[in-house]
Design a protein around this ligand. Structure first.
Ligand SMILES: NC(=O)c1ccc[n+]([C@@H]2O[C@H](COP(=O)([O-])OP(=O)(O)OC[C@H]3O[C@@H](n4cnc5c(N)ncnc54)[C@H](OP(=O)(O)O)[C@@H]3O)[C@@H](O)[C@H]2O)c1
Length: 284
């Protein structure tokens, strides 16, 4: 089995460059089973969120697993309904209870909406108190990120954004490099959109390395320095998605995949006010 590498965050904390995402696994037994299987096959980072409605199942799975809490890099995300200084403090406390833990490795503000400055200050307080080891944001574009960095004490360690071969976020990555904020990819497999797994380029490159399109796409991301958290409820795919650390893409292959970039989301139009309304109205 190939071994997952760590990245060093901008505050010195080490984080596995590959973790396991649990979005859309809302069934209790399936979620517990998937997290336990992921830990068994070697994942040591779990990415959940208040809005995934499974923090307590993740907490149970970790407790029932053979892996020590301290050996797991545990991330959750605060939803905009819980933003504002005091609400965020209270909701992170609640998340920790559900996750059976008295500290979190990474807490992320899920969306750049509502009172995210108040929410960020709350995360800075928790960081000062060593209740959380790193602060992250998610879905922040370059402008929102730049403004946050100028006005907050702690530079975010992570920005988790939709990043895959069809939406490579090169501009955002380049800007965030200035402050050593790591990009973390959500939907590294684009949830299969745009005929992902049948893409000719990914499959041709895969044939040469005896790898699947998914593995080539994930390798492209990690080789570009991006943190990945692919999700699967199937153990064979969990294993397959981890087999990306034992081969290397050459410059021509990297370039061919860079050329797949459509430079736009396959999921949302972030400039659409209806999307803002939908996200703000979402109850957790
Ligand atoms: N911050 C945010 O706003 C945000 C948004 C979305 C996601 N996320 C995070 O990012 C994680 C990953 O994103 P995601 O779950 O949306 O999408 P993803 O990881 O790109 O894709 C998951 C989908 O691909 C399938 N799959 C996984 N491995 C496969 C393989 N090797 N071959 C074929 N199909 C495969 C899975 O099916 P099966 O499960 O049936 O195997 C599932 O349908 C989430 O779980 C979540 O933690 C964050």
């Amino acid at each position: 089995m190939s071994e997952i590498k760590n990245v060093k965050l901008n505050n010195g904390v080490l984080m596995p460059q590959q973790g396991f995402g649990v979005f859309q696994i809302t069934d209790k037994e399936l979620c517990k089973k998937s997290v336990k299987e992921a830990l068994n096959v070697g994942y040591r980072a779990i990415d959940t969120a208040q809005a995934y409605f499974n923090e307590n199942y993740v907490g149970d799975a970790i407790k029932e697993s053979d892996i020590d809490r301290k050996d797991i890099f545990l991330t959750t995300k605060v939803w905009p309904k819980n933003y504002g200084y005091q609400n965020t403090l209270d909701s992170v406390e609640e998340s920790m209870k559900k996750l059976n833990t008295d500290y979190l490795d990474l807490v992320i503000l899920h969306q750049p909406l509502n009172d995210y400055y108040g929410a960020y200050r709350a995360l800075e307080k928790l960081y000062d108190e060593q209740k959380i080891r790193a602060i992250g944001i998610s879905n922040f574009n370059t402008v929102q990120y730049a403004d946050l960095v100028m006005n907050m004490k702690v530079v975010p360690a992570i920005n988790q954004v939709e990043t895959h071969v069809f939406n490579q976020e090169t501009g955002l990555r380049e800007y965030m490099d200035k402050h050593n904020t790591h990009i973390e990819s959500w939907a590294p497999l684009a949830e299969g959109k745009n005929n992902f797994f049948n893409n000719n380029i990914l499959n041709m490159i895969g044939q040469y390395h005896e790898k699947s399109a998914a593995q080539v796409a994930l390798r492209f991301l990690v080789q570009s320095g991006i943190i990945i958290i692919p999700k699967s409820t199937h153990i064979e795919r969990m294993k397959q998605n981890m087999e990306v650390w034992n081969f290397k893409l050459n410059d021509y292959e990297m370039k061919a995949i860079q050329d797949l970039d459509l430079d736009k989301s396959l999921f949302f139009d972030y400039s659409d006010p209806k999307q803002v309304e939908r996200l703000n109205n979402f109850e957790v």
